[in-house]
Ligand binder design. Structure first.
Ligand code: SF4
Length: 394
């Protein structure tokens, strides 16, 4: 986004997004924690039929009124659908976001014609799940695409004219060395991408191996080395770290994610899709049949993981997710936004995290000595231990 656009953006917390979960993948990767299944004709037809019913339900409730700032199609692999089915999904939702429409694709799931179709629908950002350019790392991950597929996918994205695209990289894979990861970072930066995400490998059992969590000290320190490499090298290549795992060229940050981290509103469609909408946060059933039965009215409309959104919940989430961003959080602004939150309960943890050099606090006072802003930001040590910081604050 250009500077002129930045000036007219409303506050992120006031923005609205739609997330569509497309749960289909040609091959199911063992390490993946997302809800996914194979795209059989029967499953895809069931999906589109249930999506239509879900969109109708939301439309009747008035939830789809007014403009949305962003739309994000994730998965799964949305591009595992045929062109006709992708067009049908877009038609069902009938949304043209104001600012950003991202679709996740895998190198082996796209070609020029499918990308041209996405562009014609209004998609203006592609997120390409490359994970690695190294044959060794890809085969350790059991990834379906050959290393050469990434280069072809990048050529197709550029030739179709997408100005914004993101490349996902993964680290912490068995056998992957720091040198391997350095080569991946250089190759990703060399594609012409405007955005790079670098994630720790996470296993399906939910064990995160981001530095420190559920790991031996040796493993945690090895993964911290990977993260440190990304945090040092990517900025040298022109990609600013704007969140723990995300780096972008100026103005190319993912707006959709920024809205969710700032506690804006998002409405999820599809099985396993999460929403933060109205007075609660909730999730659709993580099973296509249970979700479709619910849309067809065969079962009660029952969501999973329902969390009421009061000021305490929103303050806590905005603090924890905001701290993961390079801009940090302004405590004064959070207190004004969520005045009924018990914000004082965080004071001892914030003081401890500052003393231990996980956090830095900058306070701005007016000429009368009153605090007008208090910005909390993670230090490098804090960014390497973001999960531990979150646990301390919870
Ligand atoms: S990692 Fe991507 S391609 Fe593999 S199963 Fe998960 S969503 Fe599908």
């Amino acid at each position: 986004m250009q500077d002129k656009d930045k000036k007219i953006l409303p506050p992120l917390a006031d923005m609205k997004s739609v997330y569509l979960h497309v749960p289909f993948c040609a091959r199911l990767c063992g390490y993946c924690r997302f809800y996914k299944l194979r795209p059989t004709n029967e499953a895809v037809d069931l999906y589109l039929e249930a999506l239509e019913a879900e969109a109708r339900f939301r439309r009747e409730r008035g939830d789809l009124q007014g403009p949305f700032d962003t739309v994000y199609w994730g998965g799964g692999t949305p591009a595992a659908l045929s062109e006709a089915k992708l067009a049908r999904a877009a038609e069902i939702l009938g949304l043209q976001p104001l600012r950003e429409w991202t679709v996740e694709v895998a190198p082996s799931s796209i070609n020029k014609s499918k990308l041209a179709l996405l562009k014609s629908l209004g998609v203006n950002r592609i997120s390409l799940g490359i994970q690695s350019f190294s044959k060794k790392t890809l085969s350790a991950l059991g990834r379906p695409h050959p290393a050469e597929a990434a280069a072809r996918a990048v050529d197709d994205i550029l030739s179709v004219g997408f100005e914004k695209f993101s490349v996902d990289l993964i680290f912490g894979v068995g056998g992957q060395t720091l040198e391997d990861f350095r080569s991946d970072i250089l190759a990703a930066a060399g594609t012409g991408a405007s955005h790079i995400s670098a994630y720790c490998l996470e296993f399906e059992n939910g064990t995160s191996n981001c530095p420190g969590r559920g790991k031996t000290p040796d493993e945690a320190s090895r993964e911290a080395d990977f993260m440190t490499l990304a945090m040092r090298l990517l900025p040298e290549l022109g990609f600013r770290q704007y969140e723990i795992s995300n780096y972008a060229k100026d103005g190319c940050e993912c707006l959709h994610n920024r809205i969710t981290w700032a506690m804006g509103s998002w409405l999820g469609f599809g099985p396993a899709a999460a929403s933060q909408w109205g007075a609660s946060r909730f999730k659709n059933p993580s099973d296509i049949n249970a979700w479709a039965d619910m849309q067809a009215g065969h079962t009660e409309r029952k969501f999973e993981d329902v969390v009421p959104l009061d000021d305490d919940e929103l303050f806590s989430s905005a603090l924890i997710f905001g701290l993961r961003t390079s801009g940090g959080v302004d405590l004064m602004r959070l207190k004004m936004r969520y005045p009924r939150a018990d914000s004082e309960r965080y004071a001892p943890s914030i003081a401890l995290l500052e003393r231990e050099n996980f956090l830095e606090v900058s306070t701005l006072r007016n000429p009368c000595g009153y605090e007008i802003s208090k910005i909390l930001r993670l230090t490098e040590k804090g960014r390497l231990n973001a999960d531990a910081v979150a646990v301390e604050l919870l």
